[in-house]
Every structure is written in structure tokens, then in C-alpha cells.
Design a protein around this ligand. Structure first.
Ligand code: M6P
Ligand code: ZN
Length: 186
């Protein structure tokens, strides 16, 4: 891909939009196979309308080496057998860093390096730093949609198989008065 020319990107934190717009991605429940602990509950949700769990809107900066793309992800409020709705989560194949800036709602950033687990509370204004080598997943733990801006190296890539193989260290469950982190095996 040839490098692109400088241009301005309008970032509207209130509306959680970037313009001009690049590709938009919609992830439905059926796209999250093998990620929730309760497979039967996941399957039932797919059969019952296959709801949109989150959307990712990108700017037109390409996902190519040395570029610096951005995207805004909005995760709907919901649970599957008590587990909070979340992104698939991924590892960067060549271990590059990334930042997330929380915009709306109440979320969390779950990170796992295969050994250690980290959780960051994400409320509007929080920048979560994802160091190289840490798989990352965003979770909506609040009562409204959770939105965040991501800025990441264009050549970082998305390894989803890593998460299917290693998990994310913890699972996030809704409780009576909030949420709780539980060990992955449960
Ligand atoms: C953020 C960035 C994207 C990522 C998206 C959804 O916007 O990290 O690179 O694609 O979240 O997360 P996932 O790819 O794990 O579904
Ligand atoms: Zn990433």
C-alpha cells in the first residue's frame, strides 16, 4: 500500500464518531463463538435474533505497516448467562502497543500476556495503555453502551486464535451491584 497524504480527521467524542469514515465492522453474537463460558446460552442468543454485540467504526487510515489507524468501538449493554458483553479480544502477532481512550459509558480493559492478568477500569477520559505482548479485550460493565477510541500501529494485526487457545485469564460477570472478575476455567 502506498503511503497516504496528510489529512484532518474530525473526532466527535460526544457522538463517538470519526469523519471522514473508513470501514465499519458489525459483530453479532454469532461472531463470538467459543468466547462465552456458557455455550448453550450463546447458542440460544444466536437463535434468538443474533443481536449486534458491538460495532467498530474506523477512519480511512489503512491497516498497513507504519500507518497509525484509529477506530471507535461501541459495545452494547448485555450479558450472556451473566457474562458481560465484550469484544472478541486479540493479540498482536508482532507484539506492538496500542492505546484506548474511553468516551462514554462504563467499561474495562482486560489484558492477558499468557501468564499475568490486568484489569483497567475505563471511564470517560481514561487512556488505557496496552503494552506489546498483551492480548486485549474490552468489556461493557455499565448500564448503557460503552464507547472507546483506539489508536494502533497499522501493521499490528489481529490474532483471534491466540485468545481461543489461551483465553483471557479472567471472565467478567455482572453481579447484583456491579461486576466481578472470575477465573477463566469457571
Ligand atoms: C478496537 C481496536 C481494533 C479492534 C476493535 C474490536 O477498536 O483494538 O483493532 O478490531 O477494538 O476488537 P476485536 O478486534 O478484538 O473484536
Ligand atoms: Zn489491538
Amino acid at each position: 500500500t502506498p503511503p497516504i497524504s496528510p489529512f484532518a480527521i474530525r473526532f466527535d467524542a460526544e457522538a463517538a464518531t470519526l469523519s471522514p469514515e473508513g470501514p465499519t465492522l458489525e459483530r453479532r453474537m454469532s461472531d463470538l463463538e467459543g468466547l462465552f463460558a456458557d455455550h448453550d446460552a450463546w447458542q440460544a442468543a444466536v437463535a434468538d435474533g443474533d443481536p449486534v454485540v458491538y460495532r467498530v467504526q474506523s477512519s480511512p487510515v489503512p491497516e498497513a505497516d507504519r500507518e497509525l489507524p484509529q477506530s471507535i468501538t461501541t459495545i452494547e449493554r448485555g450479558t450472556t448467562a451473566g457474562e458481560c458483553w465484550m469484544t472478541k479480544g486479540h493479540q498482536h502477532p508482532n507484539h506492538q502497543g496500542e492505546i484506548y481512550l474511553a468516551l462514554h459509558g462504563t467499561g474495562g480493559l482486560l489484558m492477558f500476556d499468557g501468564d499475568r492478568v490486568e484489569w483497567l477500569d475505563m471511564t470517560p477520559g481514561t487512556i488505557g495503555y496496552i503494552p506489546p505482548g498483551w492480548a486485549h479485550r474490552s468489556v461493557n460493565v455499565g448500564d448503557e453502551p460503552y464507547s472507546f477510541l483506539a489508536v494502533y500501529p497499522g501493521g499490528a494485526g489481529h490474532d483471534y486464535g491466540w485468545v481461543l487457545e489461551h483465553g483471557m485469564g479472567n471472565r467478567i460477570h455482572r453481579t447484583g451491584d456491579g461486576f466481578a472478575l472470575r477465573p477463566y476455567s469457571a
